[in-house]
Design a binder for this molecule. Structure first.
Ligand SMILES: NC(=O)c1ccc[n+]([C@@H]2O[C@H](COP(=O)([O-])OP(=O)(O)OC[C@H]3O[C@@H](n4cnc5c(N)ncnc54)[C@H](O)[C@@H]3O)[C@@H](O)[C@H]2O)c1
Length: 266
């Protein structure tokens, strides 16, 4: 037996023939992740409330049986169960789940005027949706020795005023991530990605798509020199879903162009 460490051969398709379900995958960051999975050789199922957006993805990708749109609401358990059943019926396996769906606009006004129903909508779409999809995907993920990636946010750790519901939901996702990683290891790895400012205007359905309006200052305040894109998040999601990340679990990885590390004295 030789103990010489070898140089690994390049692996251009780290998700070759793997099946990944991306919730909220028809637009924005979710679509960026879905496309990165496809580019890495995987099959993708996108779950979304927005049928127009989901059908537009299938039409624009034109990839036949490699992509599936399953319209479901991540907050409804019966729909989640049925939707994941459809993914398994089509592909016969599930290797990855990306819990990305949720109400993405964090500003809701001050706490005194925040209605309980609105608070619950944030917690439901982000945190309960992540719980329900994980719960119903886990039997198949265990069988495949797969991985879960949850979309948290830098807002789990830092805030603007009047974003309590969103921040609380994202903080919950970070905690849910390490708890589930400990419960499900070694069969299933579970990690979170915390994006910073990601420009998604160009990643909407065709009827709502537009070029992002970003100033030089918007870009310059990031040590990386620019605002982020859905591709930036897709790159990390593919890594976390693939065997390359076999020793990474329970983590929350920040992708914010370094802005959270920059000190600003006014
Ligand atoms: N864009 C950012 O700067 C940013 C930063 C940090 C974190 N995030 C997080 O990344 C994720 C995606 O954000 P985005 O900006 O791409 O959002 P987006 O609004 O552009 O896309 C979200 C998609 O999820 C779908 N969706 C919403 N609720 C759903 C539900 N209950 N069931 C099924 N589908 C549902 C929507 O129809 C939409 O297609 C969210 O979890 C968001 O909180 C975004």
């Amino acid at each position: 037996m030789t103990l010489t460490p070898t140089i690994p051969s390049p692996d251009p398709l780290p998700l070759h023939d793997r099946v990944v379900l991306v919730t909220g995958g028809a637009q924005g960051i979710g679509r960026g992740i879905a496309q990165a999975v496809l580019a890495a050789g995987g099959h993708v199922a996108i779950a979304d409330l927005d049928r127009e957006a989901g059908e537009a993805c299938l039409a624009e990708w034109n990839l036949g049986t490699r992509a599936l749109f399953v319209p479901f609401d991540v907050t409804r358990e019966a729909q989640v169960k049925r939707g994941i059943g459809r993914v398994l019926a089509r592909f016969g396996r599930l290797d990855g789940l990306v819990n990305n769906a949720g109400l993405a606009a964090p500003h809701v006004g001050d706490l005194a005027s925040l209605e309980l129903a609105q608070w619950r909508r944030f917690l439901d779409s982000h945190l309960t949706g992540t719980f329900l999809c994980s719960k119903h995907a886990l039997p198949a993920l265990r069988e495949a020795r797969g991985a879960i990636v949850n979309l948290a946010s830098t807002r789990a750790a830092q805030s603007e005023p009047h974003t309590e519901a969103y921040a609380a939901a994202k903080g919950g996702i970070v905690a849910f991530t390490h708890a589930l990683a400990v419960s499900e290891g070694p069969a299933v790895r579970v990690n979170a990605i915390s994006p910073g400012w990601i420009a998604t205007d160009a990643w909407r359905k065709p009827s709502a798509r537009r070029a992002p309006k970003l100033s030089r200052r918007d870009h310059a305040q990031h040590p990386a020199g620019r605002v982020g894109t859905p591709e930036d998040i897709g790159e990390l999601a593919v890594y976390l879903l693939s065997a390359r990340a076999g020793f990474v679990t329970g983590q929350n990885l920040v992708v914010d162009g370094g802005i959270g590390k920059a000190m600003h004295y006014v």
